[in-house]
Design a protein around this ligand. Structure first.
Ligand code: ADP
Ligand code: MG
Length: 368
């Protein structure tokens, strides 16, 4: 706890220190969408900065209300409740998100599949509940993105089978981060960072230098496996250590293989760097399911994304575009160049045990 408080102090101090007479960093954190949301902006005016930050947090709250599978008035809840019986007309935003999700299902050969929830909603990681083998046998055929029928004319969604459930947990936070960045841009802000658990996006750089983003070591919450100097980009990490429990020597975590309805095996974490957080979020979940070989191949086929993958032995692998970087730039990180320190884990109200933010960790010293 002492360490955490210390880090928080460093964080706040850093936020208040102006680096020139023309502006300062302003920041705030809040627990929304079952995770910690952090917003930092560079601004000349404190009041305007705070208004901008609040607008981002409000956007996260709005999206939580619309997309949560647990809030009975959410659009997603309504769809899960009714779409097996009739086509359900939905908002344009929700429709577009479903369509985007389907695109990732096609791109990843079904590794990304929002109908994972047909089985996923039978797990409760906090209460250490998992479906029985029989229940899974019955549920497995319900996991298939092709069960979703999207009709652009009526802007509606229909499930081909009853029992199908959807959940946007693999893409919604990334989408919310992108929405937040958009709102900041609209206000003329040029330097900012928004993070939502494992999904972050930077607008511009950090005082003329890159932001240094640490990739969490999957089995040591105080260590970093890598440090990435980044500007104007998004980064997402999916890990098997964020939401899980162990039983009979098996780690039951929150990323499911749509083929089995069970936790995907073979990797500990996947970090994706790319142009926006919707894309990095969906792809980090996807690559985690695909595994090392197929996952790296997918990323190497995409021009605009890179990956850092940590396998179940703790070995680190990088996509082609990061090979050179791995040898050069990480060694140049100097403490004086670092952004705020922000490594303390949180347990927001109502979140599962074992939840920790992955990805955006600012490091106090150079990479291991
Ligand atoms: P988080 O940042 O919440 O840890 P990740 O990006 O790592 O999220 O994705 C994990 C979440 O994605 C799960 O909590 C679940 O909601 C959802 N999910 C799990 N398996 C899949 C899958 N195969 N396809 C799409 N979404 C998934
Ligand atoms: Mg994801």
């Amino acid at each position: 706890m002492k360490l955490r408080a210390g880090l928080l102090c460093a964080f706040l101090t850093a936020l208040l220190l102006p680096f020139s007479s023309q502006g300062a960093w302003f920041g705030k954190q809040a627990a929304i969408m079952g995770t910690r949301i952090g917003v930092e902006v560079w601004h000349e005016d404190e009041q305007a900065a705070n208004q901008a930050i609040e607008s981002v947090l409000d956007e996260f709250r709005r999206l939580d209300q619309a997309l949560s599978p647990y809030i009975e008035t959410s659009e997603l809840y309504l769809v899960n409740d009714r779409a097996a019986y009739q086509p359900v007309p939905i908002s344009k935003e929700f429709y577009d998100l479903l369509e985007t999700s389907q695109t990732y299902s096609q791109l990843t050969g079904g590794a990304f599949d929002i109908t994972f929830a047909s089985a996923g909603h039978q797990y409760d990681y906090r209460k250490e509940i998992k479906p029985t083998d029989e229940a899974l046998d019955q549920t497995r055929p319900l996991i298939n993105y092709r069960h979703l029928i999207l009709n652009p004319d009526s802007q509606s969604v229909h499930f081909k089978q009853s029992g199908v459930r959807i959940d946007l947990g693999g893409i919604a936070k990334g989408y919310a981060v992108d929405r937040g960045i958009h709102l900041l841009e609209q206000r003329g802000i040029e330097n900012a960072l928004i993070s939502a658990g494992g999904d972050s996006r930077m607008l511009g750089d950090h005082q003329g230098r890159p932001w240094y983003i640490g990739v969490q070591a999957p089995r040591d919450d105080k260590a970093l496996a890598a440090v990435l100097p980044l500007s104007d980009t998004a980064i997402s990490t999916s890990g098997d250590y964020e939401r899980y429990f162990e039983a009979d020597g098996v780690r039951y975590h929150h990323i499911l293989s749509p083929k089995t309805g069970r936790s995907a095996e073979g990797l500990r974490s996947v970090t994706i760097i790319g142009p926006n957080a919707t894309r990095t979020d969906a792809l980090s979940t996807s690559v985690f399911v695909l595994g090392l070989k197929d996952g790296l191949a997918l990323i190497n086929r995409q021009k605009d994304v890179e990956a850092v993958i940590i396998d179940s032995q703790g070995q680190m692998h990088a996509s082609q575009g990061l090979e050179d970087f791995k040898q050069s730039e990480t060694t140049e990180v100097q403490p004086a160049h670092l952004g705020p320190v922000n490594t303390n884990p949180i347990r927001p109200e109502g979140s599962a045990l074992g939840v920790r933010p992955a990805g955006a960790v600012f490091v106090p010293s150079k990479a291991e």
